[in-house]
Design a protein around this ligand. Structure first.
Ligand code: SF4
Length: 340
């Protein structure tokens, strides 16, 4: 494939169609890193609100490092995948800690130093290196895998070790080393807005249709290929919402670092090993909550009480202060439905 043809078509399309996004208007490594972590597994429309809040509250990496983990989790609430927030905070502390020794915090500038930060993998390191410093690294997100798979008609699953290597080789050959920032921005945006999972009529008027092998071979819609997804596991969680005079309740923090929602708060919880019998004698809210590999079947039992029970690991808080704690999305949904 003639790279120069791809560049001219892609850049021309990008010039006319790209969205104005605050993290694409800056070369500040911290701001770009923040946006990339927020945007992992998150749509731009939702991520924007979080990005603006974070950058407003913690404009520099030192500010973020000075926050406590609970404040960061609280600000992250609703985005899910909370390990991203914990790693973000941990990485900020590492960078600011080095800064103290050096007299000022210097945001890492090499691919290797970026990739050494907690929560920064190959994709994120490549994105920061290219967007902030215009260094020649690909930023291979799902959109880029899709565009490359279609342009080159690659039917190898992109999420296996062998597939990742193959795609990386291809994209490194395609990368515009004279302008990696523009190339990565353009190909990601093209995948996000034009060469989308469902193509509809897009190919017929695509600026790259005459050089797209997937289009020529009629395989574009089937690409990219993924490896089979792991089975989703069902879990049954019973929550006990103790309410003392509509004023006080009990919450507890999840303390297992290997389980979901580590360090987030929720109502006292019991996990069942199998689907439980229905209990009809209490006010109950049933919710099904889908995570990437788990389907949570949750029941929230409301117990109006005169005195809150003493349950190890819980704390008593005012009901109106619930929002001061970093709560899982499931707990937030339950609170909305409970209207205690
Ligand atoms: S022709 Fe279709 S599949 Fe190929 S790059 Fe364009 S939109 Fe994507």
């Amino acid at each position: 494939m003639l790279n120069s043809l791809v560049y001219s078509r892609l850049y021309d399309w990008y010039e006319k169609n790209h969205r104005v996004l605050p993290w694409r208007e800056t070369t500040d490594g911290y701001a770009i890193w923040l946006s990339e972590i927020i945007l992992q597994q998150t749509r731009v429309a939702q991520g924007m609100e979080y990005y603006l809040r974070f950058i407003d509250r913690w404009p520099t990496v030192e500010d973020l490092a000075r926050a406590n983990e609970e404040e960061v989790l609280r600000e992250w609430q609703g985005l899910g995948y909370y390990s991203r927030a914990r790693n973000l905070h941990k990485a900020a502390q590492i960078i600011a800690g080095r800064g103290k020794d050096q007299g000022e915090s210097i945001f890492p500038r090499t691919f290797e130093a970026l990739q050494a930060l907690p929560g920064v993998g190959e994709y994120t390191a490549g994105a920061i290196a290219s967007f902030a410093y215009n260094q020649p690294y690909p930023a291979m997100d799902g959109n880029v895998y899709r565009v490359v798979a279609r342009l080159m008609d690659i039917d190898e699953p992109f999420d296996t070790t062998a597939g990742k290597k193959l795609f990386r080789r291809e994209i490194e050959e395609l990368l515009d080393r004279n302008n990696p920032r523009l190339f990565n921005s353009a190909i990601m945006e093209f995948g996000a807005l034009y060469c989308t999972p469902v193509l509809g009529e897009a190919c017929a008027s695509c600026p790259m249709k005459d050089i797209c092998l997937g289009y020529a071979h009629g395989t574009a819609e089937l690409l990219p290929v993924r490896k089979p997804r792991p089975k989703v596991r069902d879990r049954w969680l019973d929550y006990h919402v103790y309410v003392q005079g509509s004023l006080y309740t009990l919450i507890q923090r999840r303390e297992n670092p290997k389980d979901i929602w580590y360090h987030l708060y929720e109502f006292p919880c019991e996990e069942r090993s199998e689907k439980p019998e229905e209990k009809e004698n209490l006010k109950t809210v049933h919710l099904v909550h889908i995570l990437s590999h788990q389907r949570i079947h949750a029941r929230f039992f409301v117990h109006p009480v005169e005195t809150l029970p003493a349950i190890e690991g819980t704390k008593v808080i005012r009901w109106e202060d619930l929002n001061d704690y970093a709560l899982s999305r499931l707990t937030l949904r339950a609170i909305e439905s409970l209207c205690v």
